[in-house]
Design a protein around this ligand. Structure first.
Ligand code: NAD
Length: 360
């Protein structure tokens, strides 16, 4: 029976990338039935809502989606579609593999890490008190009573990290490690400074690790981890991090493997899993058939694995890797010079991957 998948092209360069990815996914031979749904700035401009109820309903029904990037206007307009998605579907784990493929220019060719980022808590929980507001004054008065004075002109963001939230993200990291034959999980934190939030995260991580003795476990302080990642990336495998560190280390990881065009991702939760690239909608390249679809394609390969189609997932990833290694039919960002006239477009890159798969 075909796997039903919610297909969200997104906006900016999203539709081009999504179309290229859809063609490659279909070429694997896995039977997929697409439920196309809209989200993003074009949908907002056409119908006044960037994230229609029908899109959410489809994801709730199919429980699996692949999504092109969506633009979030700065300052005004509407809330990020990704934040809404995360909240509505409780997508608590953001999984981002960062693997340096042969043929990509990077100073860190040994990199092959997987970042598992908690997506719902921490300083991103949205519990903020604006400088000068009445709520801020009440909170400061409360804190002063507790012996924790805060300057009058301070803005305040709260960092909640719970046992339940930490437990499920660390479990997700071990689960990923086991399913993907990974040897080690590293919990990343700043428990030496933030004892009651990061300290709790670390304590829970240690407890969860005891349930999985077959996978090695260690912890690192986040600043030290960054230093070590760029000196000895080969020593790291699966990293599990609270939200803020996860966000920052994800971009570090994307940089280490040669850029955003290569970094895939999955947002996994209790109700659904949504697969999408780490990068944004790159609107300045919209409609130019120019940007690199690798990140979304690799997200698609992750989706196949999630659907239990391991062989097709591996075949697709190997074909993408082979096209990149040959370095001929690749997009501008993978050429030695960005103005290389031999660079191909988004759609031609997909053709090359499809040909590579059929020749295997
Ligand atoms: P961006 O990732 O869209 O682009 C930054 C730059 O990275 C681009 O100008 C381009 O040079 C390069 N780049 C990105 N993707 C590439 C690709 N596939 N191939 C080649 N080069 C690529 O980041 P931004 O400009 O900060 O954000 C643009 C919009 O995307 C914003 O509205 C932002 O909110 C949104 N965004 C969406 C998502 C998402 O939907 N998951 C994620 C991040 C940002």
């Amino acid at each position: 029976m075909a796997h039903e998948v919610t297909f969200i092209p997104g906006d900016g360069t999203g539709p081009e990338l999504a179309e290229a990815t859809r063609r490659v996914l279909e070429a694997t031979g896995v039977e997929l039935s697409w439920d196309r749904q809209e989200a993003g700035i074009d949908e907002y401009e056409a119908h006044g809502n960037p994230f229609p109820e029908a899109t959410l309903a489809s994801l709730r029904r199919t429980r699996v989606g692949i999504k092109g990037p969506t633009t979030t206007p700065v300052g005004s307009g509407f809330r990020s579609v990704n934040v809404l998605l995360r909240k509505e579907l409780d997508l608590y784990a953001c999984v981002r593999p960062c693997k340096a493929y042969a043929g990509v220019r990077t100073r860190f060719p040994e990199t092959d890490i997987v970042i598992v980022r908690e997506n719902t808590e921490d300083l991103y929980a949205g519990i903020e008190f604006e400088r000068g507001s009445e709520e801020n004054a009440r909170l400061r008065a409360c804190l002063a009573e507790l012996g924790a004075a805060v300057r009058e002109d301070a803005g305040i963001s709260i960092k909640p990290i719970s046992v339940a939230g930490s437990e499920r993200i660390v479990e997700a990291a071990f689960d990923y490690a086991k399913r993907n034959n990974r040897r080690k999980v590293t919990a990343v934190h700043k428990a030496n400074i933030m004892k009651f939030s990061d300290g709790l995260f670390l304590e829970v991580a240690r407890e969860v690790a005891k349930r999985h003795p077959e996978v090695e476990f260690e912890d690192r302080i986040v600043d030290n981890l960054c230093n070590q990642l760029v000196s000895r990336p080969e020593e790291y495998d699966v990293l599990v991090l609270p939200n803020l560190y996860g966000d920052i280390v994800s971009d570090l990881g994307a940089g280490m493997i040669g850029g955003l065009g290569l970094a895939p991702g999955a947002n996994i939760g209790t109700q659904a899993a949504v697969f999408e690239a780490t990068h944004g909608s790159a609107p300045k390249y919209k409609g130019q058939n120019k940007v690199n679809p690798t990140a979304l394609m690799l997200s698609g390969a992750m989706m196949l694995k999630h659907l239990g189609e391991d062989e097709a997932s591996l075949r697709m990833e190997e074909a993408i890797a082979a096209v990149i290694a040959k370095g001929e039919r690749v997009t501008y960002d993978l050429k030695p010079r960005r103005d290389d006239p031999t660079a191909v477009g988004t759609s031609e890159f997909a053709d090359a991957v499809i040909e590579e798969m059929s020749s295997r």
